[in-house]
Design a protein around this ligand. Structure first.
Ligand code: FPP
Length: 269
């Protein structure tokens, strides 16, 4: 029986979707959006024009992911390092772009039944940005479809530091460090992503082969897909291409080729 094409996909997306196995879609996709600056430079535009153009890519990717019922999508929007290493003007622009994005896109998120969340040290962002973020999260809180997580002021190493601190604090409140349990379950349970499954697939645009301090713990067994496409040109169709590539991979979790006894706990590949 021919699988049904989800409503809203265009003709090209439908063609790729029909070649996918709907039973083996990734449950969580993480994306490192990269290449906005290069996109702008190639057009002799200021860098911020690349960020502005990146919003259309965000919209298309989110909508396609929700339409094909991906349960969780996480986008790396601003790293902790971005604040420290970019010119003030660019950082200010990114902040106001985020506020405008949140204000404008909430109806689209609600129209697609998407619940918005964040990871990263939100309390270090400007108060106005924090307020807009809280507003958008509350405005989508009753949605029951895809969870869209924006990584904002995010660093994977900081996340692990925060998790360890939270574990120690909890142990002290619970009678002292004798009550501290340190194992993988405890660390996973204290990460910002504790309510999400680990990503099955991580996509990076613009051809760079790095994880750039993104979800280092959670990506331990993820399939990595790098596309040369610059982020402003990325669309839902490119997401489907990434999923198609993911479905060609053999996930072993350190097990053997036939997959027997494969589990995320074992090591080696
Ligand atoms: C990386 O490109 C991109 C960013 C640091 C910002 C990401 C922002 C967006 C995609 C637009 C808005 C997003 C939301 C969620 C509102 P780069 O500047 O590092 O590109 P380069 O490596 O070519 O210089």
């Amino acid at each position: 029986m021919q699988p049904t094409v989800p409503a809203g996909l265009d003709r090209k997306e439908a063609e790729v979707y029909l070649r996918l196995d709907p039973q083996r879609l990734p449950q969580h996709i993480a994306i490192i959006m990269d290449g906005n600056g290069r996109w702008a430079r190639r057009r002799h535009l200021p860098r911020v024009a690349g960020h502005r153009a990146g919003v259309a890519a965000v919209r298309s990717t989110i909508e396609t992911a929700a339409r094909i019922r991906i349960p969780a999508l996480t986008l790396y929007a601003f790293s902790e390092e971005n604040w420290k290493r970019r010119p003030r003007g660019e950082v200010d622009y990114l902040m106001s772009l985020l506020c405008r994005y949140l204000t404008k896109e909430v109806p689209t998120l609600n129209g697609n039944n998407i619940r918005l969340n964040y990871i990263g040290r939100q309390h270090e962002l400007p108060t106005k940005v924090q307020e807009r973020m809280d507003w958008a999260r509350a405005a989508t809180a009753n949605n029951t479809g895809m969870v869209l997580t924006l990584a904002l002021n995010y660093s994977a190493r900081t996340e692990i530091v925060d998790a360890v601190r939270a574990m120690i604090r909890a142990a002290i409140n619970n009678g002292g460090v004798d009550h501290l349990t340190v194992d993988e379950t405890a660390i996973s349970g204290n990460l910002y992503t504790r309510h999400l499954p680990d990503p099955d697939l991580v996509i990076r645009t613009s051809g760079e082969m790095r994880l750039s301090n993104f979800l280092l713990w959670q990506l331990a067994y993820a399939e990595i897909y790098v596309t040369p496409t610059l982020w402003p040109e990325f669309r839902g169709l490119d997401l489907l291409d990434g999923i198609s590539e993911y479905q060609k991979r053999e996930r072993r979790y350190g097990g053997l080729v036939d997959g027997s006894r494969a589990s995320p706990q074992s090591h080696g590949g």
